[in-house]
Ligand binder design. Sequence first.
Ligand code: NAD
Length: 415
Amino acid sequence: MSELNPWKVAQKQFDEAAEVMGLEPDLREVLREPKRELTVHFPVKMDDGTIKVFTGHRVQHNQARGPSKGGIRYAPDVTLDEVKALAMWMTWKTAVVNIPYGGAKGGVRCNPKEMSQAELERLTRRFATEISILIGPEKDIPAPDVNTNPQVMAWIMDTISMHKGYSVPGVVTGKPLEIGGSKGRNVATSLGGQYVVREAVKRVGLQLPGAKVVIQGFGNAGMYSAQFMVEDGATVIAVSDSKGGIYNPKGLNIDEVIKVKQETGSVINYKDADRVSNKELLEIPNDILVPAALENQITEENADRIQTKIILELANGPTTPEADKILWDKGVLILPDILANAGGVTVSYFEWVQDIYSFFWEEDEIRRQLERIMQQAYYSVMEKVDSLKVNPRIAAYILAIDRVARATKIRGIYP
Ligand code: NAD
């Protein structure tokens, strides 16, 4: 059971990488625990006049390289251990792409699908107030995550600004453009992944034009990824969402699939394809597999039947450690989540920089800077793969842990 606890998984991954890199025991002790964990229980007035008490968390795992960064999720099953794990993963993600941040995460246990907009606004403003002792442009900067969006970020920004008496746009990222959001944020995760995969194909002797691509999940990450793949000449042969998948070995018309998804709510209503289950979808032979939905999709159970050359992990945690090993031994190049989907936090970083400067970039500037950062991160990870003979996930962890450990050591232990 403890294996399924995300915090135990995160610590296990850390321990494994720390062991391979020979990290000194003192630094291991420091880095394997979060710096701060805040739990708040707070009342919210519901539309029917009753008062409900909600529980929320904000965890700051590490701030050695800069203010901590990480999203806030709203979900009925949010736990402190989950938020701790996500905070630790953010520390490694920001370090892999070498942006001057640490890692944090937040969450509120609630069911946003059963709440009105007014209730969500009151919950958000009160939660922002409860965690205001921790967040700020120079300390800790939240962003959207599961079930939170630019509107929720706008409420947090406004709440903190009301407390201060002046506008504080840099307190959150993922804001609407009208109040200091960044151009290019919506496509950032998929585009960052595309910059990585453009380099990765060279390593396995593949070319994007003509490559067969399968994508699980057709939301923000999966849908834009399908578009970028087609722009690069690849053929997207199967995609899915929570209702199921569609498959046509000759290729799907992605513009049409997007239209069908927008009009009917699911990709399964697209006509020119066979229906497949999400399980079957992962086992369709292809060149590039893009998990862009949920965690734990590629496991010990199905890893052997997966026939692909590259896995681009746009989702967080889609592959279990056991599956990693099976696929790496089979010669599959896994582009791990903390590298592959780091484009999102990278453009969040650009948003924060623009807010602080009060000077906003055009989209081509955002893309140019994102490409540079993603390419550097990819080649830094692959350099570790080749020099240490480890799989790309362990390599990415080692690269990240080394950067955070160096910063911690140089700063020294206070007092
Ligand atoms: P989203 O809510 O926009 O889309 C999720 C998609 O997955 C939807 O199409 C949904 O129908 C589908 N889905 C849900 N259950 C499924 C199932 N059982 N099988 C197949 N598909 C299913 O979310 P998103 O922002 O695209 O995020 C997807 C993943 O990418 C998550 O793991 C998220 O943490 C990760 N990610 C997203 C970003 C970002 O900027 N959006 C950044 C980093 C990581």
